[in-house]
Design a protein. Structure first.
Ligand code: ADP
Ligand code: MG
Length: 630
């Protein structure tokens, strides 16, 4: 063994830098976060050569006192927490007191700051040598702080080798900038690369201005296709924008989830979001969202990862449940809506009571007080949140359900060849007693046996008849399943499962849940269980695998939607086969009946495969097409 020696300060800091400073983008992240913590209302970023040559962040925040300048560059020195209690309820982005020391150990860093409004009272600091002694000199500058980082990794060749092309490094910088700009609307921000202004964003507090900022950062398409939501429930609040399922992406690259301002990637949250979208998203597509979750800081541990990309929730099951239910409900309400009077953004907001979330089943949020506002612009673009009441099953769908989940003959009467129930169907083809025209209007024709053309107040509606009917049928089957429960059948030869102790305990605890989903499980030994009964729908599925996966979910997330997922898949296929096919001639009353059903059906904006079911073209849009009224 060789002798033990204390590391140089610079070397120790360089080692620490390994954890948090891996490329220019991570430097930018730390610097912007410091500016936020300093209460800046304006943050300007200048970078050169993908940030490798220079990154400068200037803010108008509280500044650093002359006496603290040296400490700011020291490791384990912070103004943000003083004791363990502070750490457990930390509200600042930083608290480790390491960033500036780490960055300055692997670059040429200059810190300048002024806490007064007299420009000549500023100070500038640099740390030099192996011991990183800090040299201070006076400088003239306005109040606030500037950190300039030049020649990143000039003294750490191993790290420098991992740097990519300027363009790639800049893209990472840009992504950090976007995240931060999405995370704090009240701050003005700008980004300049090689002298060229890339972003310039004013502070924004009104919803419309925020949407404008999001459109600048993520594209107008997202905002045009987004549902705004704002839901509070016992200490939790979820706000933000989720894209309609039809506006999905092949990559998970437009997903922003903030927990108390901090953008994070979290397994529990990821699972909750996926689960909420599962029924409406085309297979393999990724949802798009910008969501803000606020929770008491003491309920979340942010000190689990050096760069703080991960968090841990004290009650992750409850958080999962809240996020899943809120998003599920918001997405379920996407259906046609009439034009609205105010030009406000459409929104979904609800205030939940204690009982509503703890209720079993998916209806908890549906019962919540829900406020919607309409929006012209998006009505023209297609699907908007509805103000329709939550009666999911239309009046013409009676409970004459059959074995396969109540997708019954009364259904066929309306869209079937006969049109027998013509009196009732006629009633759906006329304006209401108040002369009101329904959101999807009245059918005027059928095109090529595939599309229904209808006229509403705004103009033309085009409906994909099969896609729409498929969604309606599927939602009905699911409602019937919810109402009547899942039919189960005993296994002729029970399946025995060997599990770990922990898994068996979990499954035993969840036996009621399994039973409600059609599975009967029995524990026969500490590490062994028997499946005695399974749902009829899953007779041909791999019951053992399903149960194992559900137990894994329960252990990890506290909930599982796998069984329902499987059953829904089967219902979805049945709905697809049971729905009106292309080239089926429908009478006008039949078409109108379908339109009215769409207005009443949850998620009727997409078919079961996530394709859109209808679209609108307003008169104004048609006029534009024909260059009318110029
Ligand atoms: P941390 O943010 O974890 O406290 P840093 O190394 O990032 O650690 O910063 C050290 C200290 O320097 C901070 O606690 C803060 O007091 C001060 N500081 C850094 N950047 C700024 C800034 N832009 N404005 C004001 N103070 C700052
Ligand atoms: Mg910091």
């Amino acid at each position: 063994m060789t002798k033990i020696k204390k590391l140089d300060i610079r070397l120790a800091n360089q080692i620490a830098a390994g954890e948090v400073v891996d490329r220019p983008a991570s430097v930018l992240k730390e610097l912007i976060e410091n500016s936020f913590d300093a209460g800046a209302s304006q943050i300007d970023v200048e970078v050169e050569a993908g940030g490798v040559k220079r990154i400068l962040v200037r803010d108008n925040g509280c500044g650093i006192d002359h006496d603290d300048m040296a400490l700011a560059l020291d490791s384990h020195a912070t103004s943000k927490i003083y004791n363990l209690d502070d750490l457990e309820a930390v509200t600042t982005m930083g608290f480790r007191g390491e960033a500036l020391a780490s960055i300055s150990s692997v670059s040429r860093l200059t810190l300048s700051s002024n806490v007064t409004s007299q420009a000549e009272k500023g100070w500038q600091a640099q740390s030099v040598g192996r011991d990183m002694n800090v040299e201070l000199s006076p400088t003239a500058r306005p109040s606030g702080t500037t950190v300039e980082v030049e020649d990143l990794f000039f003294n750490t060749p191993a790290r420098r080798k991992f740097l990519r092309k300027e363009k790639t490094e800049f893209n990472h910088l840009d992504e950090v900038f976007r995240r931060n700009a999405l995370g704090s609307f009240s701050t003005g921000l700008s980004l300049t690369h090689n002298g060229k202004v890339i972003h310039s964003l004013r502070p924004c507090n009104e919803l419309l201005d925020r949407e404008r900022r999001i459109a600048k950062l993520l594209g107008q398409g997202f905002i045009d296709n987004a549902i705004h939501l704002d839901v509070e429930y016992s200490g939790y609040r979820l706000q933000g924008w989720v894209a309609q399922p039809t506006f999905s992406r092949s990559q998970a690259d437009m997903q922003y989830f903030f927990v108390n301002q901090r953008v994070i990637k979290d397994k529990v949250i990821g699972h909750a979001v996926r689960q909420a979208y599962r029924d409406v998203l085309f297979h393999g597509r990724q949802p798009v969202f910008v969501l803000y979750f606020s929770v008491d800081p003491s309920q979340v541990d942010v000190n689990v990862h050096p760069s703080k990309h991960e968090v841990r929730f004290r009650d992750s099951r409850q958080v999962h449940d809240f996020i899943y239910r809120t998003l599920h409900k918001a997405l379920a309400d996407v259906r046609p809506e009439g034009p609205s009077s105010d030009g406000d953004t459409k929104a979904y907001s609800a205030s939940l009571t204690e009982g509503q979330l703890s209720q079993q089943g998916s209806m908890a949020l549906a019962d919540a007080a829900v406020i919607y506002r309409g929006d012209h612009q998006r009505a023209a673009n297609g699907r908007v949140m509805s103000s329709a009441p939550n009666n999911r099953v239309g009046g013409n769908f009676s409970s004459t359900g059959t074995q396969n989940g109540g997708f019954s003959s009364s259904h066929q009467q309306l869209y079937g060849a006969g049109g027998q129930d013509s009196a009732a169907a006629e009633a759906l083809s006329r304006p209401g007693a108040d002369g009101e025209i329904p959101p999807l209007g009245f059918a005027i024709a059928q095109l090529k046996g595939i599309y229904i053309l209808a006229e509403n107040i705004e103009g033309l509606i085009v409906v994909d008849m099969h896609a729409a009917h498929e969604r309606i049928t599927y939602e009905r089957m699911k409602t019937a399943r919810d109402d009547r429960g899942i039919q189960a059948q005993p296994l002729l030869v029970p399946v025995s499962l060997s599990l770990s102790d922990k898994e068996a305990d979990c499954a035993e605890e969840a036996s009621e849940l399994f039973l409600s989903l059609g599975f009967e499980l029995q524990r026969v030994a500490s590490e062994s269980m028997i499946i005695r009964q399974i749902p009829v729908f899953l007779a041909s599925a791999d019951a053992e695998l399903l149960v194992r996966d559900v137990i894994a979910d329960l252990l990890q997330y506290g909930s599982s939607d796998r069984i329902l997922n499987h059953i829904d898949d089967i219902l979805s296929t049945m709905a697809c086969h049971g729905s009106v096919r292309a080239n089926r001639r429908l009478s006008l009353p039949e078409m109108n009946a379908l339109l009215r059903d769409m207005e009443r059906t949850e998620r009727s904006g997409q078919c079961n495969h996530g394709r859109p079911t209808w679209t609108a073209m307003s008169l104004a849009e048609l006029d534009k097409l024909f260059l009318r009224g110029r």
